[in-house]
Design a protein around this ligand. Sequence first.
Ligand SMILES: Cc1cc2nc3c(=O)[nH]c(=O)nc-3n(C[C@H](O)[C@H](O)[C@H](O)COP(=O)(O)OP(=O)(O)OC[C@H]3O[C@@H](n4cnc5c(N)ncnc54)[C@H](O)[C@@H]3O)c2cc1C
Length: 492
Amino acid sequence: MGIRTGAQYIEAVKSRQPEVWMSGRKITNVFDEPVFTRPILEMANLYDLQHDPKYQDQITHVCEETGERTNNAFLVPRNYEDLQKRRAVFEVFAKATFGLMGRTPDFLNVVVTSMYSNADFLDKYNPNWAVNIKNYYRYIRDNDLFLTHAIINPQNDRSKSSHEQNDMFTHLGAVRETPEGLIVRGAKMLATLAPITDEVIIYSFPGFKPGDERYALAFALPVDTPGLRMLCREPMQDGTRPLFDHPLASRYEEMDAVLVFDDVLVPWDRVFLYNNVEAANLLYPKTGIAQQPAHQSGVRGLIKLQFAAEVACRVADSIGVDVFLNVQDQLGELIQSVETIRALLRVAEFEFETLPSGEVMPGGVSLETVRGLMPTMYPRAIEVMQIIGAGGLLMSPTGADFEAPEIAGDMEKYYLGREGITGEHRVKLFKLAWDLCGEAFGQRLLQYERYYTGDPIRKRAIFYNQFKRNNNFDLVDEALNLPDFLKSKTTV
Ligand SMILES: Cc1cc2nc3c(=O)[nH]c(=O)nc-3n(C[C@H](O)[C@H](O)[C@H](O)COP(=O)(O)OP(=O)(O)OC[C@H]3O[C@@H](n4cnc5c(N)ncnc54)[C@H](O)[C@@H]3O)c2cc1C
């Protein structure tokens, strides 16, 4: 089939009935549930962009294997130009959602592409796993599917490993083998967008210990597989709030869910890894599933940071406070943050790394630096927005107030901004800012930048240890050892 249209994606959502629980209710029709309807339409728009003549050649390519048009997220990059093709789809999808939806289809499609192109790693442990991931890659590529993933165990007792928890199947683990496949039981989190996706893929961060064999798992299933239950978090919006009042929260709610597997059958041809602690611990470093999708996360994060910085600048301008030195200093800082991330991504792409297979990956040090900086840069952008918006952020009326004739005059008189900024425009601007920096929706966006790919503290520690392995800090030796031209003239 190749690239899907938005209508085909919506048709697929409507054709399924995953077991979704939200606010104590079992959702029977995901598409018609107000919390999900607008996000589904946003996703459909991304699928339609693949068919838009303005973007098609930028974000898709003709697949050599099938001759069909395919999203660039499924391209195995072999050179700098391929990385640019990948970047194009990340950028177009992120711009369409202002970087506010982190788990658009391109994210996990890159993960699976990376597992596919590095399937030799799985082959060493079990040739069937390699065959399975290759077939799965082709299946999602050729049907242009949308995946969610759950790679974290529920937050129960983090001081104990999976097999040490009170109930052996609190964390998702294999119960038994059958001729048809594996029976799995337990929970995994935090599956963003799960109710509106086609498939779920399960794998894990490293950290397995001997005794954790049954938890060392990687597999994929359709979201409506019997026995798979999605427990949604409390929605950040109910899906019915007017777009005037919540221009972002009402469009880009990325629902997160805990996935519960109640003795679910995973067919053998969907098992990519099982019962092997060593393979599970090496999956990340050996298949590029951190580095390749970090390119998507970096590009998407850049758009989000740029958007936050631009909203802060426009808020400041709208009430004339950007004439003050302190405000200029804060806004200048945000623009420099954006430029830092932009430059790092360029460096990552230019200084790509080539694997023995010929696949290239954006430079790991630069990408990890992006990852390390965003958890402070994005919250800082939000803080600056709060500081500059000040009391105005809390006193916005609603769209309905502008429509009430008795107070329409007040709206224009008391809410207008600097010369040229109408009351309605200023209120709209401040509402955009409030969705980002005040609403629960905005707090989730902030938490996302901290945690979307693991604990930033441990990530930076891993970064340091890896950096140290590859660097001797040679400049220090050069400073300690006087050069010959000085030695002869100096008393040491
Ligand atoms: C908005 C959002 C969306 C997400 N989307 C997804 C998704 O789509 N799919 C998915 O699988 N995951 C997703 N995640 C989950 C994400 O991967 C985890 O939040 C992240 O890995 C951190 O794990 P945790 O939340 O369980 O925190 P924990 O690991 O429980 O950490 C809690 C605190 O304890 C400290 N800590 C815990 N263990 C240790 C240790 N061993 N050593 C030192 N310090 C420790 C941490 O530093 C942290 O401060 C998402 C998270 C967020 C916030």
